[in-house]
Design a protein around this ligand. Structure first.
Ligand SMILES: *[C@@H]1O[C@H](CO)[C@@H](O)[C@H](O)[C@H]1NC(C)=O
Ligand SMILES: *[C@@H]1O[C@H](CO)[C@@H](O)[C@H](O)[C@H]1NC(C)=O
Ligand SMILES: *[C@@H]1O[C@H](CO)[C@@H](O)[C@H](O)[C@H]1NC(C)=O
Ligand SMILES: *[C@@H]1O[C@H](CO)[C@@H](O)[C@H](O)[C@H]1NC(C)=O
Ligand SMILES: *[C@@H]1O[C@H](CO)[C@@H](O)[C@H](O)[C@H]1NC(C)=O
Ligand SMILES: *[C@@H]1O[C@H](CO)[C@@H](O)[C@H](O)[C@H]1NC(C)=O
Ligand SMILES: *[C@@H]1O[C@H](CO)[C@@H](O)[C@H](O)[C@H]1NC(C)=O
Ligand SMILES: *[C@@H]1O[C@H](CO)[C@@H](O)[C@H](O)[C@H]1NC(C)=O
Ligand SMILES: *[C@@H]1O[C@H](CO)[C@@H](O)[C@H](O)[C@H]1NC(C)=O
Ligand SMILES: *[C@@H]1O[C@H](CO)[C@@H](O)[C@H](O)[C@H]1NC(C)=O
Ligand SMILES: *[C@@H]1O[C@H](CO)[C@@H](O)[C@H](O)[C@H]1NC(C)=O
Ligand SMILES: *[C@@H]1O[C@H](CO)[C@@H](O)[C@H](O)[C@H]1NC(C)=O
Length: 714
């Protein structure tokens, strides 16, 4: 798969300049309101049809303006044999009148001087591209995009020797591209075949003959052709999209002398080793996408000489080295830069004034900035700050509070410690706050609930937050994800959790930047499975995790009102009392982990009615009585789901319930305070990467000029 742009738009559209056509065309713009000839074939019957019906059809024919003569067969006695008509086998009544406009009339070929044919934006509902188009020998322009064609591109098109423009951009249309026997359209300037199927994974030999191509889109075709020199001769290429295939570095080398190239996309391929230093031989290059490959080593100096670069995407590789001011010195045009998910360090002085005006920077998951002076306070228009997975340490700087427009703040997986700066309460627009996996030692400040009332995602997991969970947190009606796992929180779970009204709903939340994540180039940095999973989930995930704390008391009944919950993880606490009887209300629940607590009593039978439940763990509690069976519980038959509850009996445990005997309520008292620092899998499986992947925007690392604009959002 090729998940670069899940909305279905192809990347080459970003950068493709419209090509000039210097011909005078006879223009036939075929739009859907102009009928094309006849409908599908229908078989005639033995009947000469019923005369009154024939008359009716004739009147119908006469009332229609039949410009394209598609009713020309409507003559003679046997109306059952007319095009578009079929009659009942035995009665002879007309049963089908099909004048649907899905057939492209071959009479088109009589337009022998046709030079320009645009069939785009029609719906030929799945017919093949007609072979007779190959007879329109004078065609210069043929646009078949978005016309509903399927099947093979007929090799007859190979006879269109004057064709300069063939648009069969039929993205994801099951188009099978053949190995043409012969092509004689060497003057073709644009060919876009992204998201299709090639007959085999090697490049079709005829491509090599298209030496006049300026635009070539072959993205997302799973092409795998390591040894070839197809592109070498294409010295007119301006835009080349090879993303989402299996090309390797030798392909990149082979095109490095095409000096006319302005845009090159080889992201999601199998590039490995160093970026070839020949990359500097593209003096016109404005867009370079090499993300999500296996490139390693340092970035060659020649890359930094590409003075026209506007967009540089090299994220998700294994590139190393230290980037400093002089690397960027010549990139005055740069607007978008993604170097995230590499092993790069950045070393620039705090007084550096970058030569470019960036709109977007992704630098997450590198070996950054403790060393880098954070000058955050100036970035007053910043909406997204993503500094996740770096090695930042010390207290979170108070100047962060100046970023009053922030919507997403992602500081997870660093080494921040100390308390949260009170100035953070000014971040009133925050919808997502992720401070997970740091060393912050603080109580959960009341202003999170009182001031950050737009919050939808709150992640404080794996820090040293201590003290109780106060009622103030309950003032977050839009909250969908609450993750306080692996801290040192004590006290009980507030009953007012019922105020998380977004979790009471089974509808997706309103997180307004999920679209943004779809369009973000950093998305291309992740392999298909992961990326799709998360981008899909972003606004619909609803979960509470309080696991791995010191919480006591009962599970509040009120939580059973949060019927939108998909994950409830209260494991590894000291919760006691019973599992609420109406837990079966949580019909959306997929994961329920109550293991390692001190819960008593019976397992409520209503649990078996949660059909979405795919993970359950009630182990190491003091539960007793028969394990309910039936429905969904039938499938959750791993005995370790229930182990460590001495009073439980029945399947899937080995001890069957003694008939008529009431089960004991005395389970073992277990010391359950075993934190496993690495096991945060639920978070990642549910939500984390979708967020961190989508929202990379480290715009706080460098010393920014006040005038910069952050056009991160539409
Ligand atoms: C009717 O048509 C069928 C098949 O089309 C043919 O086999 C049959 O002989 C025809 N009957 C008459 C009476 O024409
Ligand atoms: C093309 O025109 C000729 C006459 O000029 C006609 O006989 C033929 O049927 C036409 N072909 C089609 C496909 O309409
Ligand atoms: C095209 O037409 C077919 C049949 O009429 C229909 O099933 C299909 O949904 C249409 N496709 C679009 C994109 O309108
Ligand atoms: C082909 O048609 C599509 C849809 O109408 C249009 O977007 C595209 O620009 C056309 N191609 C050319 C080269 O005109
Ligand atoms: C291409 O044109 C030649 C000569 O006009 C003809 O013989 C051949 O059949 C055509 N091929 C196709 C595939 O239409
Ligand atoms: C490509 O061009 C060569 C000569 O330049 C020719 O021999 C070959 O048949 C052509 N291939 C196709 C598929 O047209
Ligand atoms: C190929 O196209 C060229 C230029 O249009 C023409 O001279 C040549 O005859 C064509 N060859 C064939 C086999 O059609
Ligand atoms: C690129 O190199 C190949 C051979 O290595 C050569 O045939 C081609 O003409 C060169 N292209 C340019 C633009 O120099
Ligand atoms: C880069 O990767 C290649 C294999 O892809 C390996 O042989 C080489 O040692 C690596 N180089 C560095 C500097 O890691
Ligand atoms: C919960 O919501 C109710 C009703 O909206 C409100 O009266 C109450 O104060 C809220 N509780 C907390 C702790 O915010
Ligand atoms: C349930 O949790 C216990 C304790 O963490 C673990 O040993 C067991 O494997 C878990 N069972 C399942 C089915 O995940
Ligand atoms: C619940 O949270 C704990 C600790 O974070 C984790 O080990 C466990 O796997 C989680 N349970 C599920 C089902 O994800």
């Amino acid at each position: 798969m090729y998940p670069r742009n899940p909305t279905g738009h192809l990347n080459f559209l970003d950068t493709t300049p419209s090509l000039p056509f210097l011909f005078l065309f006879i223009t036939i713009l075929v739009a859907s309101q102009i009928p094309f000839g006849c409908t599908r074939q229908v078989h005639s019957s033995n009947f000469t049809c019923i005369e009154s019906e024939r008359q009716a059809l004739l009147r119908l024919r006469d009332s229609l303006t039949d410009e394209s003569n598609r009713l020309s067969s409507w003559i003679g006695e046997d109306c059952c044999s007319w095009d578009g008509i079929s009659c009942h086998k035995t009665t002879g009544y007309v049963v089908t009148l099909d004048l649907r406009n899905t057939y492209l009339s071959p009479s088109l070929v009589n337009l022998t001087n046709l030079r320009y044919l645009d069939l785009s934006l029609n719906n030929f509902s799945g017919i093949r591209i007609p072979t007779y188009l190959g007879l329109l020998k004078d065609l210069r322009y043929l646009n078949l995009s978005d016309a509903g064609f399927v099947g093979e591109v007929p090799h007859h098109l190979g006879n269109l020797s004057h064709l300069r423009y063939l648009d069969i951009d039929l993205e994801g249309c099951r188009l099978v591209v053949p190995h043409l026997l012969y092509v004689n359209f060497t003057s073709l300037s644009s060919l876009k075949l992204s998201f299709n199927q090639f007959l085999n994974p090697t490049l079709p030999p005829w491509l090599r003959n298209l030496t006049g191509l300026q635009d070539l889109g072959l993205g997302a075709n799973n092409l795998d052709d390591k040894v070839h020199d197809t592109f070498r001769q294409m010295t007119s290429l301006v835009n080349l999209d090879l993303g989402g295939n299996h090309f390797d570095t030798s392909t990149l080398r082979s095109i490095c002398n095409i000096s006319s190239l302005t845009s090159l996309d080889m992201s999601d391929n199998e590039l490995q080793g160093s970026i070839p230093s020949e990359i500097g031989q593209f003096p016109q290059l404005t867009v370079l996408k090499l993300s999500n490959n296996r490139l390693n080593d340092t970035i060659p100096y020649s890359l930094w000489q590409l003075t026209k670069l506007q967009a540089l995407y090299i994220g998700a590789n294994a590139l190393t080295g230290v980037l400093s001011e002089h690397h960027f010195a010549k990139l005055k045009e740069l607007k978008r830069l993604d170097i995230s998910l590499n092993l790069l360090s950045l070393h620039v002085s705090s007084s550096w004034v970058p030569p470019f005006q960036l709109q977007y920077i992704g630098m997450g998951s590198n070996h950054l900035s403790g060393r880098i002076h954070l000058c955050l306070g100036n970035l007053r228009n910043l909406r997204i700050l993503h500094l996740g997975s770096n090695s930042l340490y010390g207290q979170i700087p108070g100047s962060l509070g100046n970023l009053g427009e922030l919507i997403i703040l992602q500081l997870s997986k660093n080494r921040f410690d100390g308390k949260l700066p009170p100035s953070m309460q000014n971040l009133k627009r925050l919808q997502s706050l992720d401070l997970g996996e740091n060393r912050i030692a603080d109580t959960i400040p009341p202003w999170i609930g009182e001031r950050l009332s737009d919050l939808e995602f709150l992640t404080l997991q794996s820090n040293n937050f201590h003290g109780g969970i106060s009622n103030t947190l309950c003032q977050l009606p839009y909250l969908q994800v609450l993750n306080l796992a692996h801290n040192d929180l004590s006290g009980s779970i507030p009953h007012c959790f019922k105020n998380f009204t977004a979790m009471e709903s089974t509808e997706p939340g309103t997180f307004q930047y999920s679209n943004y994540t779809y369009h973000d180039p950093i998305l291309h940095n992740f392999k298909a499975g992961i990326e799709l999973e998360y981008s899909k989930n972003m606004e619909s995930v609803k979960s509470i995790s309080l696991s791995g704390n010191n919480l006591v008391g009962e599970i509040p009944d009120e939580i059973m009102g949060l019927v939108g919950l998909q994950t409830l993880n209260l494991s590894k606490n000291h919760l006691n009392g019973r599992i609420p009887k109406n837990i079966g209300n949580l019909k959306q629940l997929e994961t329920l982990d109550l293991s390692m607590n001190e819960l008593r009593g019976e397992i409520p039978p209503s649990l078996s009615s949660i059909y979405s439940l795919s993970f359950l763990n009630l182990s190491y509690n003091k539960l007793s009585g028969p394990i309910p069976s039936g429905n969904q519980l039938q499938t959750l038959n791993d005995p370790s789901t229930y182990e460590g509850n001495i009073g439980l009996c029945g399947k899937p445990l080995l001890n069957s319930c003694p008939a008529g005997e009431s089960p004991t309520e005395n389970g073992p008292v277990l010391d359950d305070k075993g934190h496993t620092e690495s096991d945060f899998s639920w978070f990642y499986a549910g939500f984390g990467p979708g967020f961190s992947v989508g929202a990379v925007g480290v715009v706080g690392i460098l010393q920014f000029k006040q005038s910069w604009r952050y056009a991160l959002f539409k």
